[in-house]
Design a binder for this molecule. Structure first.
Ligand SMILES: [Zn+2]
Ligand SMILES: [Zn+2]
Length: 343
């Protein structure tokens, strides 16, 4: 039996996109930690806009703060808002606080004084809105030790032309709670599109929260999360698990195990209305039942036995799983390549 989510370790709940009073959020970093811990989260990436502020003071045996930031590359303006790339940089080391992609935009003089270090000030990236420039940012960031994500492409008013040529992305948001509540629902489409180009961005569900939990019934906290399976709650262990893809994204349902044996996919989860397996070649299958299901066995032989034509290499190469609960909330696994399923 092969475990597509690791057998050992445990799941840690994480919000990988969050704003605090350091940029335009309403909670302080300390309030953010308290709020998320009280809801069962172990990990928050503090992705305040335009500055990388580490939070070692928040880390303890039950909580990990990931050093990170959200950078904006703005393009042409339509209806007074710019089309934009919003990219999160997640540092693989907690003390990694400088990137050559740093720029001097968005922050107030007070914020600059408080959070922009001398080292950061040495850089002033031009942030040109183009696939080429963003690819250059991603390549430099990877070299520097960051995982780079593309955030909320739908809210950013981006299309295929803006993301199809991107290289080296660690992940793309398929669910962003703030954008979802604003009426901009992201999807798996950009991820599937890039998989066709041999890129393998992982699906991410995040909050992108700016508010407080009790601000209103539409609080942007606690909507999108990832469950990371790691041996321990340690910075390196968690970032290594993320980079390997040992996690899934969710807006509600939880996946407890995901294995494959003799061409059969087995999954256990919280009560689900539907479990869907999708491939890149118009082969898909689903399990439904009259009552919610918490486990499923799905025969992959129809997909495994498809003729594979070498010159059509990008087809029939992967499957991914979506779990849908009765409310319509979803959990999304990453794409698993054919050789991960068969070897
Ligand atoms: Zn954003
Ligand atoms: Zn954000």
């Amino acid at each position: 039996m092969k475990h597509l989510l690791p057998e050992s370790g445990r799941f840690y709940k994480a919000n990988l996109h969050m704003h605090t009073t350091i940029s335009d959020g309403k909670m302080t970093p300390e309030e953010t930690k308290a709020a998320y811990k009280s809801r069962g989260y172990s990990i928050v990436a503090f992705t305040d806009h335009e500055v990388i502020v580490p939070h070692p003071e928040l880390c303890d045996e039950n909580f990990l703060a990931i050093t990170s930031t959200e950078y904006c590359v703005a393009g042409h303006v339509v209806n007074s808002v710019p089309i934009c790339y919003h990219l999160n940089f997640l540092a693989k080391r907690p003390d990694l606080t400088v990137s050559s992609s740093h720029s001097h935009i968005w922050l107030s003089p007070k914020q600059k004084e408080l959070y922009v270090t001398e080292e950061m000030s040495a850089y002033d990236d031009p942030r040109t809105y183009s696939v080429e420039h963003v690819n250059d940012m991603i390549a430099r960031a990877r070299e520097e030790g960051f995982l780079v994500t593309l955030n909320h492409p739908y809210w950013s008013t981006q299309t295929y032309a803006d993301y199809a040529g991107l290289k080296g992305l660690f992940g793309i948001e398929c669910y962003n709670n703030g954008c979802f509540l604003a009426g901009y629902e992201d999807s798996m489409q950009p991820i599937d599109d890039l998989l066709h180009f041999d890129e393998c961005p992982f699906p991410l569900a995040t909050d992108d929260a700016h508010g407080k939990p009790n601000d209103s019934t539409d609080s942007d906290c606690f909507g999108g999360f990832v469950m990371i399976k790691a041996d321990k709650l340690d910075y390196t262990a968690v970032m290594t698990a993320l980079e390997r893809g040992d996690f899934y994204a969710s807006s509600g349902p939880e996946i407890h195990s995901l294995t494959v044996e003799d061409g059969k996919l087995k999954l256990t989860c919280t009560p689900a209305a539907k479990i869907i397996v999708t491939s890149d070649c118009r082969w898909a299958t689903r399990k439904t039942a009259d009552a919610p299901i918490t486990e499923a066995e799905i025969d992959l032989s129809g997909w495994l036995n498809l003729p594979r034509v070498p010159e059509h290499r990008v087809c029939t190469s992967y499957i991914r799983v979506t779990v849908v609960d009765e409310k319509g909330d979803r959990a999304w696994t990453r794409a698993y390549q054919l050789d991960e399923i068969t070897k």
